[in-house]
Each structure stands twice: as structure tokens, then as C-alpha cells.
Design a protein around this ligand. Structure first.
Ligand code: NAD
Ligand code: UDP
Ligand code: UDP
Length: 320
């Protein structure tokens, strides 16, 4: 009976921040997990503790190339998520989103697997409505420095819907809003990891612009719960569905909170705001509440208190 419920689940981008938490959760739920990653931003360290599990397997592979494996479900997470990483090789970023989606959709079509796409709040661009609902088409610059990521993810959503309409694929699309937690790379460049690492080292906290721009931060465990619930919804529910924590903070508020919680002596310094940096971002999660029976349980202070020790340990290990 138990064996019948064991699914063969593919997680692309499985050694990254979100992917590593998802692999662990799927193994804990009793599945066979195949983690596929090219280690661009992911690291084996994130899944070292899973390696002894015989139901866990890693393949070094780039999703822009075809992949022939036999699976029941696919979570497609492969794609660098931090602006500094996705802007490092923007052409590869678009290829990863678009060719990667085509290959994973082709695989899902052949194996009749159900397929999940890690989409993003970036499909809304610099939004003109607030908070963002799923029916908002977005306000996206097609030619700017963030476009490789934003437009790549938008095209991936289009491909998912066309495979759904044309080939009857079972698809699930989550639009993920800023998420943080352990296993983020310390040099990832995203705001929560940057601020915590800077504060722990008593180095200046780099606020871009005047810090009045806002984001809504979700703790990783809450997000992974939403992924699992979305995958389990009836086949006629495809999403896209916003997944994130609606509690919104300015970047300056985040900097102050991190300094306070780390008892840091770090000062705040202001740096140039990168171009196309969205001014405001907050998910409307009514659809997730209705269809997934889900809402975040962990608020910013609690989430930071689970994340700060992770970075403190990493930094300690790096000391000579
Ligand atoms: P991450 O950079 O930690 O993980 C991405 C993983 O994908 C890494 O392990 C990387 O090595 C792998 N990868 C990149 N290109 C690949 C390729 N061509 N072939 C195979 N593997 C490849 O980022 P994350 O925060 O874990 O994000 C995971 C997914 O969630 C991404 O698709 C991202 O766009 C999406 N997302 C994340 C957030 C967030 O706040 N964390 C928000 C919105 C969307
Ligand atoms: N593909 C893959 N694994 C599979 C099946 C397909 O990687 O198990 C790739 C294949 O290389 C193809 C892409 O997915 O380029 C799209 O497949 P699809 O069947 O939709 O298109 P076609 O093969 O007809 O171009
Ligand atoms: N940011 C900042 N200092 C940093 C890193 C980021 O002020 O060291 C700002 C960034 O300009 C943006 C917000 O924090 O307004 C969130 O940035 P992140 O790269 O984490 O994600 P984004 O939501 O922009 O993709």
C-alpha cells in the first residue's frame, strides 16, 4: 500500500535554496526524489544530509538540454533567482526559462507526468496595481536588465498553458513572491541574505535607493507547504496562483529589524537603486486561501530568528 503511494518526483534546480527544501520535504513525505541541477547557483552542501537516503538521487544536468527519465511528477525550479546571478549571463537565463520549460514540458508529455512551474511575482514587473492579483497582466519592461528573467518566466507560463491546451498536460503554476530562509547562498545578493551577512559581520548594510521600496517576505517552510498543496489540487486547477506572505515592509524597515535582531553595530549606507527595481510588491493571496486552504504561518520576526543562526554558523565555519 505504502509503495503504491511512493511517487517518482523530479525537482529541477534541486540543490538551490528552494529546491533543497522541497527535496527534503518530498523525501519526508515518502517519495523517490530525482534532483537535477547544473550547480550554477546551487550547491551540494544544501543536500549533503539527503545523500545517504537511497530514495534520493542527483544528476548534474543543464535543463536547456533534453532529459530522458521516467517520472510521475516534475517540479521545475531550475533558474537563478537573484538579480546578480540572473544578470551574470542573461542569455543563459532566458534559455533556462524557455528551453528548460520546453524540455521539461516535453518530458511531462512523454511520461504523462504532472508538472509544476516556479514562476514569480516578477511577471507583474513594476506593478501599477497593489496588491497584485493573478488576473493582473503586469507592467514589464521587455528590454531592460531584468527582462531576461521577467520575460523568460512569462514565456514559460505561456508554454505551460499552450502544452495544457494543446496536449492536455496537467500543469500547476505558482507565482512566488520574495522568500527567504536557511540554504540561501551567503553571496546570493538578495536582500535578506545580504543584510543578515552584513549585520553579522558588522559591515555597512547596503540599502539601495532611499529604502522606501517595499517587499513582502515569506519564510521558506510556508512556501514549500504551498507547493505541495498546489501539486495536490484537482487537475482542473492550473493556477497561476500567488504564493507569498502579504505582510509588506520597506527595505529600510527590514534593515532596521535585522540590525536589531543581530545586535549589530553595523550602520546603514545608501547605494544607487538598480534600474527597473520594482517600487512596491505585495501578493493578494485570496486564491491560494480558497484553492489551497493555505496562508503563511511564520511572520518576519520568527522567520528571521530561524534564518540568522544559519548564516552565523556558515560565517563561523568560514573563519580561519
Ligand atoms: P537558487 O538560485 O538558489 O536556485 C536555482 C537552482 O537552479 C540552482 O540550484 C541552480 O544551480 C539551478 N539552475 C540554474 N540554471 C540551471 C540550468 N540551466 N539547469 C539546471 N539547473 C539550473 O534560487 P531559488 O530561490 O531556490 O529559486 C528557485 C526557483 O524559484 C527559481 O525558478 C526562481 O525563479 C523561483 N523563485 C524564487 C523566489 C525566491 O524568493 N526565492 C521568488 C520567485 C521565484
Ligand atoms: N524532451 C525531453 N525529454 C523527454 C521528451 C522530450 O527532454 O522525455 C524534449 C525534446 O528534446 C523536445 C522537447 O522536450 O525538444 C519538447 O518535446 P515535444 O514532444 O513537445 O516536442 P517535439 O519533440 O515534437 O519537438
Ligand atoms: N536591496 C537592497 N540592498 C541589497 C540587496 C537588495 O536595498 O543589498 C533591495 C533591492 O534594490 C530591492 C529589494 O531590496 O528593492 C529586494 O531585492 P532582491 O534582490 O532581494 O529581490 P527582488 O525583489 O528585487 O527581485
Amino acid at each position: 500500500m505504502y509503495e503504491l503511494q511512493r511517487k517518482r518526483v523530479l525537482v529541477t534546480g534541486g540543490t538551490g535554496f528552494l529546491g533543497s527544501h522541497l527535496c527534503e520535504r518530498l523525501l519526508n513525505d515518502g517519495h523517490d526524489v530525482l534532483c537535477v541541477d547544473n550547480f550554477f547557483t546551487g550547491t551540494k552542501d544544501n543536500v549533503l544530509h539527503l545523500l545517504p537516503n537511497p530514495h534520493f538521487e542527483i544528476i548534474r544536468h543543464d535543463v536547456t538540454f533534453p532529459l530522458y527519465v521516467e517520472v510521475d511528477e516534475i517540479y521545475n525550479l531550475a533558474c537563478p533567482a537573484s538579480p546578480i546571478h540572473y544578470q551574470y549571463d542573461p542569455v543563459q537565463t532566458t534559455k533556462t526559462s524557455v528551453h528548460g520549460a520546453i524540455n521539461m514540458l516535453g518530458l511531462a508529455k512523454r511520461t504523462k507526468a504532472k508538472i509544476f512551474q516556479a514562476s514569480t511575482s516578477e511577471v507583474y514587473g513594476d506593478p501599477q496595481i497593489h496588491p497584485q492579483t493573478e488576473d493582473y497582466w503586469g507592467h514589464v519592461n521587455p528590454t531592460g536588465i531584468r527582462s531576461c528573467y521577467d520575460e523568460g518566466k512569462r514565456c514559460a507560463e505561456t508554454l505551460f498553458f499552450d502544452y495544457h491546451r494543446q496536449h492536455r498536460l496537467r500543469i500547476k503554476i505558482a507565482r512566488i513572491f520574495n522568500t527567504y530562509g536557511p540554504n540561501m547562498h551567503p553571496n546570493d545578493g538578495r536582500v535578506v541574505s545580504n543584510f543578515i551577512v552584513q549585520a553579522l559581520q558588522n559591515k555597512p548594510i547596503t540599502v539601495y535607493g532611499d529604502g522606501s521600496q517595499s517587499r513582502s517576505f515569506c519564510y521558506v517552510d510556508d512556501l514549500i507547504e504551498a507547493f505541495i498543496r498546489l501539486m495536490a489540487t484537482p487537475d482542473d486547477f492550473t493556477g497561476p496562483v500567488n504564493t507569498g506572505n502579504p505582510n509588506e515592509f520597506t527595505i529600510l524597515e527590514l534593515a532596521e529589524k535585522v540590525i536589531e535582531m543581530t545586535n549589530s553595530k553595523a550602520e546603514i549606507i545608501f547605494k544607487e537603486l538598480p534600474s527597473d527595481d520594482p517600487t512596491q510588491r505585495q501578493p493578494d493571496i485570496s486564491l491560494a486561501k480558497e484553492k489551497l486552504g493555505w496562508e503563511p504561518q511564520i511572520q518576519l520576526e520568527e522567520g528571521l530568528s530561524k534564518t540568522i543562526p544559519y548564516f552565523a554558523k556558515l560565517l563561523q565555519a568560514q573563519q580561519p
